[in-house]
Write a protein that binds this ligand. Structure first.
Ligand SMILES: Cc1ncc(COP(=O)(O)O)c(C=O)c1O
Length: 397
């Protein structure tokens, strides 16, 4: 009954562990979830008010397939003022979230058999989206020593005659690592030698950066603009996950192809969310700055707490709201009941079932040596979670 296409992809591991944590909590267990990929803040009031206004004013209908012109113009202004990138509104396609934008950008450009380079650890959906387009995800392993960032040599070695695209994610989910301008420049030097290669640059965590300003590959290498698709959205920076609003900015032929696919699959995102997005783009950035400051404080806390656990190695990530410690020292050990803990998945299940903390195993992201902890949680919860993790890990022998 089920198509081969559907059968080739796996359900999201992140959603699986979150569902299991919810089920245990429903049964009465005390569970702290550090597994979710969403801010624990509410959407800022001025954004909610714009949506309420849209509803009361009767802005209820379908909008243009690519989104309302004033929001696409506002996104162009944002790209110019904040990112120093020049786009026209007809290069912007609004969508029901960055997830949809990436999926449709892949469908719009990847032919069966095309290879798409995905540095690991990767966001869980990338390989599955490539498979849905009958492309071949080529996983490029990166190293903890390099904060899990792709190096020019790794990129060069992975490119073949069949390589059609590279997916870059900065700040990264799941590691929080951010490429510096110079690192992006070095990658761009390799990309320049391969003029057919498309770059998908997922910048959804752009507003959650702590060390230096956000860098897009296009800031480092503006000459790549005619083959780079920037993907962004409102979910993370503005705490708007449930509003389902994202966008891409790309070369006109790709934007047109994505718009064509979108017109047949989903049409434009919700009219009300678009008005909310307009308020987000044009209104005060104070709430975003406050959220960033809170995330930074939590990052500092969680990195220090993790480093204090013997055997755990953790770099301090420059962005997003995740840490991705190396826990390989614990794999191959045994829990107090005599059960072996061989993989990061088994370790995550042990922490969830025996110590009430939900984290996502690195296996889900293509890096078996790590686990992902989201610190989109209150400081109290983080402190309790870290105590539980320390107890859990130190009980393994
Ligand atoms: C790296 C990355 N890209 C894209 C998305 C999708 O975001 P959206 O809510 O806009 O679909 C996520 C959400 O988890 C993400 O972590």
């Amino acid at each position: 009954m089920i198509s081969n296409r559907a059968n080739t992809i796996s359900p999201s591991e992140t959603l699986k562990i979150t569902a299991k944590a919810k089920e245990l909590a429903r049964q009465g267990a005390s569970i702290i979830s550090l597994s979710a990929g969403e801010p624990d803040f509410k959407t800022p009031a001025h954004i909610c008010n714009a949506a309420i206004e849209a509803i009361t004013e009767g802005f209820h209908g379908y909008t243009m397939n690519t989104g309302i012109p004033e929001l696409r113009e506002a996104i162009c202004a944002k790209l110019l003022n904040e990112n120093r990138l020049s786009y026209k509104p007809d290069q912007i396609v609004l969508s029901n979230g960055a997830k949809q934008s990436i999926g449709f950008a892949i469908l719009a450009t990847i032919n069966p058999g095309d290879e798409v380079l995905i540095p690991a650890p990767y966001w869980v959906s990338y390989p599955e989206m490539v498979k849905l387009a009958d492309g071949i995800p080529v996983i490029v392993n990166t190293l903890f020593e390099n904060d899990y960032k792709l190096t020019p040599q790794q990129l060069e070695n992975a490119i073949t005659a069949k390589t059609k695209a590279l997916i870059l994610c900065t700040p990264s989910n799941p590691t929080g690592a951010c490429y510096t301008r110079n690192e992006l420049k070095a990658l761009a030097e390799v990309l320049e030698k391969h003029p057919e290669l498309i770059i998908f640059s997922d910048e959804i965590y752009e507003y959650i950066v702590f060390e230096e300003e956000h860098n897009s590959i296009l800031n480092a290498a503006p000459q790549l603009q005619n083959r780079t698709v920037i993907i962004n959205g409102f979910s993370k920076g503005f705490a708007m996950t449930g509003w389902r609003l994202g966008y891409l900015a790309g070369p006109k032929p790709i934007a047109d192809a994505v718009a064509k696919i979108q017109s047949q699959e989903t049409s434009a995102p919700s009219s009300i969310s678009q008005k909310a997005g307009l308020a987000a783009c044009t209104g005060t950035m104070k709430p975003v700055e406050e959220m960033r400051a809170a995330f930074r404080e939590r990052r500092d806390y969680i990195v220090e707490a993790l480093r204090a656990i013997p055997g755990v190695h953790c770099f301090s990530p420059a962005g997003a709201f995740y840490v991705f410690p190396d826990i390989s020292a614990f794999l191959g050990k045994t829990d107090p009941e005599g059960n072996p803990v061989e993989t990061s998945t088994e370790l995550a299940l042990f922490l969830l079932e025996k110590h009430g903390v939900a984290v996502v195993p690195g296996d889900a992201f293509g890096e078996p040596a790590g686990i992902r902890l989201s610190y989109a949680a209150s400081m109290d919860d983080l402190k309790e979670a870290m105590a539980r993790i320390r107890d859990g890990l130190s009980s393994l022998t």
